[in-house]
Ligand binder design. Sequence first.
Ligand code: ADP
Ligand code: TRP
Length: 332
Amino acid sequence: MERVVSGIRPTGKLHIGNYFGAVANFLKMQYEYDCFFFIADIHSLTTHPTPADLHQNVKHVLAEYIAAGLDIDKCTLFVQSDVPEISELYTYMNMNAYLGELERSASFKEKIRMNPDNVNAGLLTYPVLMAVDILVHRAHKVPVGKDQEQHIEMTRQFGNRFNRLYNVDFFPEPQAFSYSNALVKVPGLTGSGKMSKSGGEADAIFLSDDESINTKKIMRAKTDEGPKTQNQKKPTEVQNLFDLMQLVCKPDVIDTFNSDYNACAIRYGDLKKQLAYDMEIFLKPIRERFIDTLKNENLLANAAKIGAEKARASASRTLKEVREIIGIRKFY
Ligand code: ADP
Ligand code: TRP
């Protein structure tokens, strides 16, 4: 059966961009493939969280994954740092990743632009660690949002380079995956691009936030003063609201607002109210399950333990072969 790997950094609460870009695919894939879904806590160390925040965020994301519908009997759900084989393979693969290609990565450039005072080596080799997350399970498919496409391309490079260097056919070529036609990019509420945790509180709708918070954010989202001519192209911030409606509203509801827009009769207040209403219908069951799951320390501990065991079994099989391939062989 084809193997699947994907992870999310525990840098805060999950938002609907994470959900529709990544998690929604996990939910279906767990029944169709051999899936490894994880919490990328080592990756999040690049931004130096406090130990308490890091631990809290890992727990939060674990509870969110389960609340969203990940089934630990169907998939392997684990915490990255519970699998030391990942750190070992990361060491080996770093010997095979070149400064020039790492410096050219779009996410590295973006991170040094945003945080010029924290250009650490972990940021530079972030794509190597991500490639290792995927290669360590010799995965074929990686469900991610559009922003991760380049990282998957780099993963193929590193895997292929290993295969060539050692003249083996060991790592498969992983492909970014989404059930929708294209990889998903969920826009933020502030009109500035993709929804993201780093875009500030007002930009993202979080899975675990209360209805009142989410509704307030949606009602405050940027719009323009309204269309002036019939059938005119929507400005980005208005198109963003329509894109968000696509995620949670029924097609006939969207059609009605589209017709109103095209006839210059749209009332953005009504559109936002509808979006907030449908968003709450979607989020309510997830939030309720999340609140229960977060309280259930036994369930979380048990899930993490079972996941760690399954992930290590898979990763240690790969490492055994990798050590042999690269010539790290025991004398005893
Ligand atoms: P953030 O950008 O909020 O820090 P991450 O980088 O941790 O989120 O993303 C985790 C997963 O969620 C990745 O698969 C990523 O592609 C996906 N993702 C994040 N934001 C979006 C978005 N706005 N639209 C689609 N997918 C997204
Ligand atoms: N880099 C991804 C992000 O920021 C998170 C991630 C780490 C990941 N390792 C991965 C995603 C392996 C897919 C597969 O969203």
